[in-house]
Design a protein around this ligand. Sequence first.
Ligand code: BGC
Length: 474
Amino acid sequence: MATPSDSTLPAPAFRARSSAYLIGIIVCVILMSGLLFGYDQGVISGALSGIKRALGLSPLLIEVVTSWVTLGALFGSLAAGELADRIGRKKTVLTAAVLFILGALIQASAPHTAVLVAGRLVVGFGVGVAAVAAPLYGSETAQATWRGRLVSAYQMAITIGIFLAYLVNGALSDGADWRMMLGLAAVPGILLALFALAAPESPRWLIKQGRPEAARNILARLLNKDDCQAELNEIENALRLEAGAVSWREVFKPIYRKPLAIGIGLAVFQQVTGINAIIYYANPIFAASGFATPEAQAAATTWGIGATNVLSTLIAIAFIDRIGRVPLLLAGLIGMGASLATVGLAFQFFEAPGDDATYGATITVVALVIFIASFAFSLGPVVWTVINEVFPSRVRSRGVAISTAVNWAAAFVVSEFFLSLVQVLGRPFTFWLFALLCLVGWIWIYRKVPETKGRSLEEIEQLWHDPSVNTVRP
Ligand code: BGC
């Protein structure tokens, strides 16, 4: 490709302003996508009681209304990889924003359950599209020096979205304003659409489309002259290596077996250890453990779950590159398993109303705070980080899309069947089952997941050719 001449590059002062502006827009796109993802995950726990009263839902329909966002997200994440390649990263994020707005409006105005469920599916599809497209867009437009922090910021935005949803739930405490709760998601949806419209397209995608001039214009606004040329060369080299279409089937070839197993395994353990059972059903869990009023339940959910989730994510951001991914995962699973076992015990021994119920409520709150904190510094951010690191570049976008879809499928199964599980097994055994799965996850991660801290993506790629990879620890 031609070297850009000095005259085609913007003047340094303009470039600095323009660069800060573009980076700001890119960061806003990522944060707003995470925020919407989190808001849509969290808001249902507060809206449920109002929906139940207004539409007279059966337990099965309650599960459907709760969990079909996840089902939509499963299909959205599978579609996103394809869409992002065809129409570009920017327009894919824009599509997600339009789906968020549409879904929010459909839910807010739903005259009956079927329309509400349709709205949940539309929003879910948007969540899935955003969950793949936003980190992909971010990782392609960000520079290596701030790429890692951008992915962590995305997870942080998810937790802030959940926290905001809980605050809204608390403010509209008895769920009567459920239409408002669900409809409010249109506001950040509109903001995301505006940011996406102002955002630059991914230079990498533009080059892939045979539009190097457009890519160079964007890079010239983001970087200085030397970095701009180096980045163009790097993208072109990487694309040359990826020559030839990659099919879905290729991801399942034996040479990619190990990274695929790790991506899928981590995606499954992040969900089957119970996070979204707690995120979605926090209020009813607190109600069952002795919090009598909706206000008390909402406060326990907002501060015990929501705020703890945000703050503990900061621990991961601080330590993920220092002590590594595997130690954080293993430590987190110990905290999660122990606290889930304790919640089971609290339900077993203190469920009867009376004085003991206060003990039960206290123990449950403390244990769930420890559970959320342990998840937020480990499986929450670390799983997404590792999923985005383990796949060789040739199959990365497909591998990430498959792992993300499996994550949603597992989330769907857990949220769909949690209430039924409670009915069949009882509360104590349901929580003990989650605790047992933490133990299984711990053993699997200890044996199968290599440490990726401090390794370049190429070094990680080399790991899969090493027969002793399962025990490699730097
Ligand atoms: C998970 C979500 C979960 C959220 C909670 C994310 O990493 O993928 O399913 O609701 O963390 O903070």
